[in-house]
Write a protein that binds this ligand. Structure first.
Ligand code: 9E2
Ligand code: ZN
Length: 250
């Protein structure tokens, strides 16, 4: 019906049907025994330029650290290799976490949840002129995800508060082990666009203990309104719908 309705208006949902009727939604549970080793998967090539780090702000869903992803950015800042056919440029990274350590990650591995999950969001700069187009386009985005046992909180703030960030190299957040799973999915908050190649690192990142509690002091609510703590900003797992999860390791 959705397609018919859109067709009536001369609109096509395109390859990235979002919300209901989605066939490739995220996050998912990764059942290790059902993932398929793909020997053709290349190693991931990650290269970030700390000088392109711009600001940190609270979007109301999570806080995100944004990077200069304009063409003028001097150096290569992003990822290539792995399951990707092109070079994807880093746009932002953010976290999802729970109210308690027993939940918080969006993806799970054999049903195991972690207190938090980091997402580094990249867009296909070889195929699209800007992030805005890539969000809704085929193979538009690549999100590099890793579960965290705890995270370093760069500071608390209410919704829409923005702060400048000095040079920061997100590579310091990446685990040493290069093994990953990959599957085709979507954004995990609206518009839930089905344009994401997910790359999930196998090794969780161990960081300083009792850091996720600092995230829990952030606010969903705008300044001056009744305080609502930003917790449990993780979407429930979505049906696999027959999708295959590939692994880069045996
Ligand atoms: C939809 C859109 C556009 Cl277009 C723009 N823009 O600036 O042009 N920004 N956003 C918002 C956005 O990116 N959300 C987003 C949501 C979930 C995730 S997650 N958890 O990694 O799946 C990554 C990002
Ligand atoms: Zn996310």
């Amino acid at each position: 019906f959705t397609h018919l309705f859109l067709w009536c208006w001369g609109l096509s949902p395109g390859p990235c049907v979002s919300k209901s009727g989605g066939t490739r939604q995220s996050p998912i549970n990764i059942q290790r025994r059902d993932s398929v080793y793909d020997p053709h998967l290349q190693p991931l090539r990650v290269s970030y330029d700390p000088a392109s780090c711009r600001c940190i702000w609270n979007t109301g869903y999570f806080f995100q650290v944004e990077f200069d992803d304009s063409q003028t950015a001097l150096s290569f800042t992003g990822i290539s290799g792995g399951p990707l056919e092109n070079h994807y440029r880093l746009r932002q990274f953010h976290f999802h976490w729970g109210a308690v350590d027993e939940r918080g990650s969006e993806h799970t591995v054999d049903g195991h949840t972690y207190p938090a999950e980091l997402h580094l969001v990249h867009w296909n700069a070889a195929k699209y002129p800007a992030y805005e187009e890539a969000v809704l386009g085929e193979k538009g985005l690549a999100v590099l995800a890793m579960c965290l046992t705890d995270t370093r909180a760069p500071g608390s703030c209410s919704q829409d508060r923005r702060a400048a960030m000095g040079p920061f190299n997100p590579s310091c957040l990446l685990p040493a082990c290069q093994d990953y799973w990959t599957y085709s999915g979507s954004l995990t908050t609206p518009p839930l666009a089905e344009s994401v190649t997910w790359i999930i690192q196998k090794q969780p990142v161990e960081v300083a203990a009792s850091q996720v509690s600092a995230f829990r002091e952030l606010l969903f609510s705008p300044l001056g309104e009744e305080e609502e703590f930003m917790v449990d900003n993780c979407r429930p797992r979505q049906p696999l719908m027959g999708r295959r999860v590939r692994s880069s390791f045996r």
